[in-house]
Design a binder for this molecule. Structure first.
Ligand code: FUB
Length: 347
């Protein structure tokens, strides 16, 4: 039951799930058919609006709340509404979404609503200092601080904002100095498209995080890199380590006081995770959550509901393998005594 698409009347992808007001709300991309040629820049993922889904019990009926936001109503957007997320604070709901601006550069926007299902009213400009794709919000239950994680390689343009680390992959974690982790804010168009650093001795590109302001509309800190370390060596994962390096689809959740940063490895098609002591990292690689699904992309979220933990993800079974026509599903996950994640076998 739980491995059927949540809905079949539209294609949905990149599910960001949260429990708001006692229901599971899912904020997915809304995939659509286009005649755009497939390429490794992701041009075929040409979405124009978002729908919000919700359910009150696992396996129960899923409500499609209709259009929550459309590209035509966001003044700065030119195209490609990619993977969104939502957060609540101060009694309001905030939708974070990536899209290309009028110059073709991915930025992240924010839109607000009084209710979790929207519709959402967008700010007229993207979040200042934002770039790349796949925003994932996280409000820490400890101190109430909100964070926005983001970044994606190739079509997601993260490599266009990256000055490669001067040091080789032997670089130790330098998280004690946030200043050193602040990243470049110039867009290098020559790096656009399916490219990234290469080398067994060169560190992989790193995802990004910024603290969100109290009103949730802007960044309250510099954009920082998130370090993901090899558990064996304590060093940054290498650029050539495509089975483990960050590609896109950041997600943060907290389990028993530890911070779990999970993501997609892109061209190797895994959902993997790393664990840390702080929402800013560093995080130590901990393993795989999901093996490759049917379709090129994989993208997920993790949420607790009803005392159990749920992985939301997508695959292309409904479209019989068309990469940009995906469907959101959910499965239960479990933790062992060390806090390691696995899929629950009998669902
Ligand atoms: O849906 C468009 C893009 O595909 C997302 O932003 C990526 O995470 C990948 O799932």
């Amino acid at each position: 039951m739980t491995q059927e698409p949540l809905v079949t009347h539209i294609y949905t992808a990149d599910p960001s799930a949260h429990v708001f007001e006692g229901r599971i709300y899912v904020y997915p991309s809304h995939d659509r058919e286009t005649d755009i040629q497939f390429n490794d820049n992701g041009d075929q993922y040409d979405m124009v609006d978002y729908h919000v889904l919700s359910l009150s019990q696992v396996g129960g009926p899923v409500t499609d709340h209709g259009i929550a936001l459309q590209a035509d109503n966001v003044p700065w957007v030119s195209k490609q509404l990619w993977a969104p997320d939502a957060a609540t604070k101060n009694g309001k709901y905030y939708l974070y979404f990536p899209a290309r601006d009028k110059q073709g550069i991915f930025r992240i926007g924010v839109a607000v609503s009084a209710v979790p299902a929207g519709p959402f009213l967008p700010d007229p400009e993207p979040i200042p200092g934002s770039y790349s794709i796949d925003p994932a919000s996280f409000v820490d239950d400890g101190d109430g601080q909100a964070y926005l994680y983001f970044g994606g390689l190739w079509g997601g343009q993260l490599q266009c904002w990256s000055t490669e680390h001067g040091a080789d992959c032997g670089t130790e974690s330098k998280s004690e100095s946030e200043g050193e982790r602040e990243r470049e804010t110039r867009f290098d168009a020559s790096k656009a498209g399916p490219q990234e650093p290469k080398g067994v001795d060169k560190p992989a590109l790193l995802p990004r995080v910024a603290k969100l302001s109290e009103d949730m509309h802007s960044f309250a800190s510099s954009v920082l890199e998130i370090e993901i370390l090899d558990p064996e060596t304590g060093k940054l994962l290498a650029a050539d380590d495509h089975n483990r390096r960050f590609f896109e689809a950041a997600w943060m959740h907290k389990y028993r006081g530890k911070y779990y940063f999970s993501y997609s490895t892109g061209d190797t098609h895994y959902v993997v995770y790393a664990i840390g002591e702080s929402p800013l990292g560093p995080f130590t690689y901990a393993g795989r959550i999901l093996e490759p699904v049917l379709g090129w992309t994989t993208h997920h979220s993790i949420v607790e509901f009803g005392g159990r933990w749920w992985l939301f993800y997508h695959d292309c079974t409904l479209s019989r393998g068309v990469d940009h026509l995906r469907s959101v599903k959910m499965r239960e996950i479990v933790y062992d005594e060390q806090g390691k994640i696995s899929l629950k076998e009998k669902q």
